[in-house]
Design a protein around this ligand. Sequence first.
Ligand SMILES: Nc1ncnc2c1ncn2[C@@H]1O[C@H](COP(=O)(O)OP(=O)(O)OP(=O)(O)O)[C@@H](O)[C@H]1O
Ligand SMILES: [Mg+2]
Length: 139
Amino acid sequence: MTAPRPVGPADVQPIVADEDVVRVRQLVRSVAVAARLSLVDQTKLVTAASELARNTLTHGGGGLVEVDTVTDGRRTGVRVSFVDEGPGIANVELALTDGYSTGTGLGLGLSGTRRLVDEFEIETKPGRGTRVMAVKWAR
Ligand SMILES: Nc1ncnc2c1ncn2[C@@H]1O[C@H](COP(=O)(O)OP(=O)(O)OP(=O)(O)O)[C@@H](O)[C@H]1O
Ligand SMILES: [Mg+2]
């Protein structure tokens, strides 16, 4: 599989308060519409982005999102990358398990997100922070 590469500049938005999660949803929706994702795929990506934004805020202590349109040479897609400098995730495999939460959530955010998108990557360093990247391709 060819790595997604950007088609244009990324939109960057801070995630430091509740209302930023709403703004992330609106941004991701509009970029997904422009990239011609189907309505169902737009909604899957917006739902995924919403969960990841919420994690950046609650678990990561705030951070930012980068949203851009990407291509693999054949398809166009939308990539969302959530970045924070929070505590990191000690055990990524465990964090991706349905029902695992260190907080009061259902622990379905990360595992559900992974199922909603086409590409999904977590880079994290304990004590340094977390970067979660997801791509949804137009089909
Ligand atoms: N950005 C992050 N920084 C640090 N830890 C994180 C981050 N994102 C997720 N985690 C860890 O991974 C766990 C699982 O995340 P997940 O989103 O699946 O569940 P949750 O946020 O606890 O609950 P839910 O999303 O269902 O409300 C979290 O409880 C937390 O420990
Ligand atoms: Mg969550």
